[in-house]
Ligand binder design. Structure first.
Ligand SMILES: Nc1ncnc2c1ncn2[C@@H]1O[C@H](COP(=O)(O)OP(=O)(O)O)[C@@H](O)[C@H]1O
Ligand SMILES: [Mg+2]
Length: 524
């Protein structure tokens, strides 16, 4: 029954996308057979008005008609250029997540339902909404802090959005299954799995306790950092559907003129933003993944305050090392090293040739080095890198794609503040410091390039080497006690071969075996 409903809603969504010209805007000439026929028919049914509009306007019109769940779908796909392609991802990123506010009575009901206390008891006053988006809206309110009325921001989940999203999600899953079944070429993009990721991230976004936890974690990480902070969480007034935060009095970063008028040093703020982002990413492995200028405030003293922590990204230690070394490799033009890092991390299968891969990476790096530094975009470099790595069967690393998308946004914001922004010079202190702290002694950057490369490589492998050495020394102890010992398979193989081999052959096998043990001990 629910499948029928999902199918009907999917048909409706498809029809809206056909009418608004979204389907016609897809690159249909790359299709063949039935899908291509469908694309041709879809063009016939497109509204005249839509045909005159650009692709991003068509998308915006369709999504406005389709509702909040599709805004989320659009935003999510904007972060997956690996799935929808760069052009469409850019169009989707332009989609504005601004919607009509919902009535006060709904907010009051959501707050009381979630916190189990009357609004009059929780707040001194609850003002009209100041902003509304697909999932939630935000009110200004006042609470009593030890007798002092204090302003807070109260974010409330849109009524019914969770149920609506669950329902639309079934249509997405159906569409993904159909796509996998009927358009085999897209199977590699794993649409069902992508939909599952969407379901997961949105579930997190719709539980405001998790946003509160993200704020609190990033707040702890950045407690000692100058120039960046997040609003404090009021846990007593926070639940699944309500998030209460310290009110931030500042200028939105989207309002560059107001920032300039207030006398802020825009260049310094641009540098601070990028360095903060890189610090969160490299040092803490936890970053705000929705850093558009509407989610960033600048306070009077120039401190940047981030809000809206529904989407965050995490990078493990391995990914952070990978990232630092890639950036460092590009800075020093060591393309072979950049290539090796991909292999060492296991991202590119060993069947490929390191030198051929290094050649492809050189093709990205060299043109960049010919340009003045302020025109070189780190985000663009990562985008190109992922395009090339795709040619070498690099598996999509979702966390790295999310990082790259965020970097596009952060770098873009920095450039609107400072048109001559130099991403490389700005990031060097943070990337360099991280490498010094994590991949070798201080001063490593000043070392000769080869020396640095070798050391970095060694440092990266240190845990594995230590592990291997430990295992080997245990083996050697055991050997001293029990005499030489091979693992069972080796012994059996030698035994089998022995039965067939001549006397000299047998000697040769034992010599090889002993040589292996000797090499292993030397390596240890
Ligand atoms: N702590 C705060 N102080 C002041 N204004 C806030 C605060 N939190 C959110 N806002 C305002 O509400 C808007 C929407 O909040 P946000 O958390 O970004 O939700 P959304 O997911 O709807 O974008 C923000 O762009 C900002 O204008
Ligand atoms: Mg926001």
């Amino acid at each position: 029954m629910s499948d029928v409903g999902a199918a009907l809603r999917l048909v409706r969504a498809g029809w809206i996308m056909v009418r608004e010209g979204v389907v016609a805007a897809l690159p249909g000439d790359q299709l063949a057979g039935l899908p291509k026929f469908g694309w041709r028919v879809a063009r016939l049914f497109t509204r005249r008005r839509a045909l005159r509009a650009g692709r991003s306007d068509r998308l915006a019109a369709a999504i406005a008609r389709l509702g909040p769940s599709y805004v989320k779908l659009g935003q999510f796909l904007a972060t997956r250029p690996d799935v929808v392609g760069n052009d469409i991802a850019l169009d989707l990123a332009l989609l504005q997540d601004r919607m009509e506010t919902f009535p006060m009575a709904d907010s009051v009901a959501a707050i009381e339902g979630s916190l189990g206390r009357p609004v009059g008891e929780l707040f001194l006053s609850l003002g009209e909404p100041v902003a509304a988006a697909s999932i939630a809206q935000v009110h200004a309110a006042e609470v009593d802090r030890d007798g002092t009325p204090t302003k807070v921001a109260v974010k409330v989940i849109r009524p019914g959005v969770r149920r609506a999203f669950q329902r639309d999600l079934q249509s997405y899953f159906l569409a993904a299954r159909l796509q996998e079944h009927y358009i085999p070429a897209t199977r590699r993009l794993r649409p069902v799995e992508v939909t599952r990721t969407l379901a997961q991230t949105t579930k997190i976004e719709m539980d405001l306790r998790l946003e509160a936890a993200a704020l609190s974690e990033l707040g702890e990480n950045t407690r000692e950092d100058p120039g960046f902070r997040v609003p404090a969480v009021d846990w007593a007034r926070t639940g699944r559907d309500v998030l209460t935060l310290e009110w931030i009095d500042g200028i939105k970063m989207s309002d560059v003129e107001a920032m300039a008028a207030a006398g802020h040093d825009l260049k310094a703020i641009a540098a601070n933003l990028v360095q903060s982002f890189l610090r969160h990413t490299l040092r803490d492995g936890f970053f705000h993944a929705d850093m558009h200028p509407g989610n960033l405030f600048v306070e009077q003293d120039g401190t940047i305050v981030g809000v809206d922590f529904g989407i965050t990204g995490r990078l493990g230690k391995k990914e952070r090392r990978f990232l630092a070394e890639i950036l460092y490799g590009f800075i020093t033009r060591d393309y072979r090293r950049v290539a090796e890092v991909h292999f060492e991390a296991g991202y590119v299968p060993r069947i490929h040739n390191v030198d051929a891969f290094a050649q492809a990476i050189r093709a990205i790096g060299e043109p960049i080095h010919g340009q003045p530094a302020e025109t070189i975009s780190m985000a663009r470099l990562l985008t190109l890198l992922f395009e090339v790595t795709d040619l070498f069967d690099m598996q999509t690393r979702t966390e790295l794609v999310l990082l790259q998308k965020t970097m596009v946004v952060v770098e873009g914001v920095a450039r609107t503040l400072d048109p001559h922004f130099n991403m490389w010079k700005t990031s060097e202190p943070v990337v360099g410091e991280w490498i010094r702290q994590n991949l070798g002694p201080r001063g490593i950057l000043e070392d000769a390039r080869e020396g640095v490369g070798a050391f970095v490589s060694l440092a990266r492998q240190a845990p594995e080497l230590a592990h291997r050495a430990e295992r080997l020394s245990r083996e050697i102890d055991a050997m001293a006690e029990n005499g030489l010992r091979f693992d069972e398979n080796t012994a059996r193989a030698i035994g089998k071969a022995e039965a067939r081999a001549t006397r000299w052959g047998r000697v040769a096998l034992w010599v090889i075996a002993l040589a292996l043990v000797w090499i292993a001990i030397r390596l240890g």
